[in-house]
Design a protein around this ligand. Structure first.
Ligand code: AMP
Ligand code: ZN
Length: 113
């Protein structure tokens, strides 16, 4: 996707603070962190949102969950953390490339705003 900023981060065209990479996913620091730890985990392939996944993407989503847990451990968050996917307009999604937020280092409220 030529105009997708997260695809440009995957290709290196836009710089990022990379914290993890493998053949399927990339994780990098959020530009506008909402917590002491705020990492975005994205698939390298362009998927617009959680609303656009197929059955063939199920293992990729499981892998992203595993990376989230690994990065939480790497960041020493023994008291917990939050993993968030914002989907579509009502979900508050602002970048149309599937991503999961890993947030930690403070206590979060519920319900979300
Ligand atoms: P969402 O609102 O769930 O779509 O989240 C998009 C996130 O991407 C926001 O938290 C932004 O701060 C973050 N973001 C946007 N552009 C960049 C960028 N170039 N590098 C890192 N994070 C970004
Ligand atoms: Zn993309």
């Amino acid at each position: 996707m030529a105009e997708c900023i997260f695809c440009k981060i995957v290709s290196g065209e836009i710089p990022s603070k990379k914290v993890y990479e493998d053949d399927k996913v990339l994780a990098f620091g959020d530009l506008n962190p909402q917590a002491p730890v705020h990492v975005l985990i994205i698939p390298k392939k362009h998927i617009k949102s959680l609303d656009d996944i197929n059955q063939e993407d199920v293992s990729l989503l499981g892998h992203i969950q595993w990376v989230a847990g690994k990065l939480a451990k790497d960041n020493n968050l023994p008291d917990g953390y939050r993993v968030v996917n914002n989907c579509g307009i009502d979900g508050g999604q602002t970048v149309a490339h599937l991503h999961y937020h890993l947030l930690g280092g403070r206590t979060f409220g519920w319900p979300p705003g």
